[in-house]
Write a protein that binds this ligand. Sequence first.
Ligand code: NAD
Length: 479
Amino acid sequence: MASGLFIGGRWLDHGTRVANINPSDTLDPLGDYNWGTVADVEAAVAAARAAQPGWAAVLPEARARLLRRVGDELLARADELGRLMAREQGKTVREGRGEVIRSGEIFHFFAGETVRNHGVFTPGLREGFTITVSQEPVGVIGVITPWNLPLSIPAWKIAPALAYGNTVVFKPSELTPDCAFVLTDMLERAGVPAGVFNLVMGNGRDLGPALIDGCDAITFTGSGPTGAAVVAATAGQMKKVQAELGGKSGLVIDKTCELDLAVEVAFQGAFHGTGQRCTASSRIIVLDAVRDAFLDKLLKRMADSRIGHALEEATEIGPVVDQRQLDKDLGYIDIARTEGGEVLGGGSVLERPHAGFYLAPCLIATTNNGARINQEEVFGPVASVLAAHDLDEAIAIANDVHYALSSGICTTDLIAAETFRSRSRAAMVTVNAPTAGLDFHVPFGGRAPSGYGPREQGIAAREFYCEYKSTYVNVSGHL
Ligand code: NAD
């Protein structure tokens, strides 16, 4: 497979070489890869700008065919690429396979969008006037992505960008270059014209400013502080921006819940993906009436979980992505203890036959929702538990956090479910399902400060990747 930078239709092999580490086994490096320079970003932006009018003029069906080919290949190679992702990022091979399939489906969805992007025709307000409202591409889109969903986030940004006639400069996470090479290689072989899609690798802090300066719009997913810096930089230039950021999702366990289901929802929501999901159920709010029974079962489920090498089929929870994230997770466990939290289970570094970053999923009981463990995103397999006397108090706790991405409730009471849905501040709500692992055909994204700008995914994606044009035609012969 090709690797390096992909600019103007050519693979370039220069720049600093950086090792790509397997978090399940640090003695199994995936290889070295190149970090580019600001000059590479400028060249990529120039190539994308030159190619954009031609790409916008390509017939929608031809754009659809290209996207469909990429989707087909992702689906056909789900097993192989799921393993690559497991090796590179540390999610389990099952999760990796699922993400590749999801990415293929996203490319198929947006292949369909190329021919569904209808405008509006309406009579005007004056005699003899008609108006058409059409949607045009924005231009060159800068795509900046994190490491936790290394194929599906790029897919849900790149596929709509290309579908609606934009060109792309893609800057993936430093930690997951191989997934970016795979996607670039597929796009190239699917026939993407030179300059329409470009890949630059490297340190976001160094390359970000040139990307923001050069592109017409920036779609960013990552941490809150980086997102805020990106939004601030675009604001000065009045550029279109979309930022999907962190979360601290509250999951309420109602007294009427179906207990075994609620335990599984909480376990998967908090710890699948090694808890490294913006939508992870990282605060579990349990009503007093079911607290003891729920915690007994959840702690048993955690103790029984299979934590290990991501490539082993039986593994349920893979390693944390790197040493830095592991240190951060352990640091938050210490902070929680210092602030009065009690570790109910997990939280220790695990020895495995391979040297990796293994952490036992950790559950911390706290009484103070203002504690840092309840207010700050850890982004690891670390969740807290809070108690509530009744549903009102549980909803108040769930909402008492500055993030507003997702939230959930486990209940069999229809009124409780609807009350929670309507009063939750989060942008996405689940009932009897984990707060993470959401569908691609409906709007995805958070309210500020978990998100900024138009939502992603589904047909909502058009809001970001297109600009409206309203055209007035006067056939009356007079004014
Ligand atoms: P990060 O903010 O460190 O990095 C994200 C990307 O930004 C990387 O490609 C990085 O190179 C780049 N970057 C860094 N500094 C930059 C700068 N100054 N200008 C431009 N780009 C820059 O985030 P991460 O550690 O890769 O990912 C984890 C974070 O992502 C978590 O906070 C998580 O909640 C969030 N996330 C959010 C969503 C969502 O949709 N809301 C989804 C997944 C992950």
